[in-house]
Design a binder for this molecule. Structure first.
Ligand SMILES: Nc1ncnc2c1ncn2[C@@H]1O[C@H](COP(=O)(O)OP(=O)(O)O)[C@@H](O)[C@H]1O
Ligand SMILES: [Mg+2]
Length: 271
């Protein structure tokens, strides 16, 4: 076994990526790298291309120029069939949660496994495991309409993690939720990051959520997330990227963004 120290593996690399729709440039020469086990938070006002970044990472769209590598594969050059295989390693939690109203929680969470014709007993076990992670085991037979907004979001997370993805993409996972419920969602994201070393991109409009994520770590012994004292260096596993008019104007740690003197970022950070 090779025991030499390893440098962190890049999980997503955007290399000089640009894309325009009609005449409107949405992303301009964007470069960033997400490393294994890290979460990168994407900030920016509505329409700056945050959701687009997630779609590009999944290969749903191709950029006009530049290269995007995901889990070691160049998604800008891949065929649809190979992209399909790659997407199976990615868990997605999209803005709308988009549960199937006609399916119960169990079938929503296990949907991917149904498609893959996984045997019923195995599916049932894995669905329960995923629901246990989000503490919703008791809801298997319920319809989405019987759940609260926060519970629906947790079901969406269970569905995203069912295949033990190497990478999670979250689009505003706490949008529309109250602060307390939002924190329970962020705790799940922190647990994925720290207990399973799952890499993630997270779009959020809620600064509070991003700072909670950056300043807390999951403590397995206590079974919950705990505050990391500031002097112990706020969590380097979470970094921030701010977009403005299609360009990256900031990338760095929670500490760095909190101390930024850039006028636009200061205004952005002011509640
Ligand atoms: N498939 C598409 N066709 C045309 N325009 C698009 C498409 N996808 C995104 N856009 C445009 O790109 C911009 C950024 O969109 P989006 O990534 O959804 O922003 P955000 O998630 O930051 O609010 C918007 O102006 C949107 O209209
Ligand atoms: Mg969006």
């Amino acid at each position: 076994m090779n025991s030499a120290p390893q440098s962190p593996q890049p999980v997503i690399v955007f290399d000089d990526v640009s894309i325009a729709f009609d005449d409107k440039v949405v992303l301009k020469n964007l470069s960033f790298t997400l490393y294994h086990g890290q979460t990168k938070v994407l900030f920016g006002v509505a329409g700056t291309g945050k959701t687009l970044i997630l779609k590009l990472a999944m290969g749903l769209l191709k950029p006009d120029s530049g290269r995007i590598t995901v889990l070691g594969e160049d998604v800008t050059a891949m065929r649809e069939r190979d992209l399909f295989a790659l997407r199976r390693k990615i868990g997605m939690v999209f803005q709308e949660s988009a549960l199937f109203d006609s399916l119960n929680v169990e079938d929503n969470v296990g949907f991917r496994l149904l498609e893959e014709h996984v045997a019923a007993a195995e599916m049932s076990e894995r669905v329960r495991e995923a629901l246990r992670f989000v503490e919703l085991e008791h809801t298997v037979k319920l319809a989405p309409s019987e759940l609260s907004g926060g519970m629906r979001r947790r079901v969406a997370i269970a569905r995203a993690i069912i295949a033990n993805p190497a990478l999670l993409l979250y689009d505003s996972p706490t949008a529309g939720l109250d602060p307390v419920t939002s924190t329970t969602i962020i705790e799940l994201l922190v647990k994925q990051r720290d207990a399973y070393q799952v890499s993630a991109l997270m779009v959020t409009h809620r600064l509070q959520d991003a700072f909670v994520m950056a300043t807390h770590a999951y403590d397995a012994a206590q079974g919950k997330m705990v505050l990391v004292p500031r002097e112990r260096n706020w969590d380097s596993r979470t970094s921030f990227l701010v977009l403005r008019d299609g360009e990256k104007i900031f990338e760095g740690s929670a500490e760095e963004i909190a101390n930024s003197e850039d006028a636009y970022i200061r205004e952005y950070l002011t509640p």
